[in-house]
Ligand binder design. Structure first.
Ligand SMILES: [Zn+2]
Length: 167
């Protein structure tokens, strides 16, 4: 595939800022192909890593999008979600992130994505799709930051861009 955006040929997991995520090129291509085939619907699934190496994606779980309107949003099949968590526990793995596609061709997280990103530190991989082709890919980590003023109990929430390292 021609698109290699954001992929560096670097085997080191370097950086202690949690923004360097190892994701093999073959695995990324699998996700991109899956997303492309699902166009014009949003494709979705989960990113799985070993407990000890949460910044290295070992495998993905492809899910059914059970959203009422899969053209504009996604909802991972709850059954798949439960099974993925159970299997991960048994294999000393964890669900470290999710992926979904944006059939509008934009790989940036939407305000809806941010509103739904309730798990602090969760990885969000977004694949832009257009006419059964995968375009840009963007990987982000959602950061929840409590504000200094505890009385307000408000929380700042933003996506931090991550770099995909071909493992
Ligand atoms: Zn989205």
């Amino acid at each position: 595939m021609a698109n290699g955006q954001g992929i560096a040929n670097n085997n080191s997991l370097g950086g202690d800022d949690q923004t360097h995520i190892a994701l093999g090129k073959a695995l990324l291509e699998e996700i991109r192909d899956f997303a492309a085939v699902k166009w014009p619907e949003e494709a979705c699934g989960l990113l799985i890593a070993a407990i000890d190496t949460p910044n290295r994606i070992d495998r993905v779980v492809f899910a059914r999008n059970v959203a009422e309107d899969p053209l504009t949003t996604f909802e991972i099949d709850p059954q798949t979600l439960i099974e993925a968590h159970r299997t991960a526990r048994q294999k000393r793995e964890q669900v470290v992130g999710c992926f979904h596609s944006h059939p509008n061709g934009k790989a940036l997280p939407s305000p809806t994505d941010r509103a739904r990103a309730d798990e602090n530190g969760f990885l969000w991989l977004i694949i832009a799709t257009e006419h059964n082709r995968a375009g840009d890919s963007g990987l982000y980590r959602i950061i929840h930051q409590s504000t200094a003023d505890a009385a307000e109990q408000s929380e700042l929430r933003y996506f931090r861009r991550c770099q995909i390292i071909d493992r």
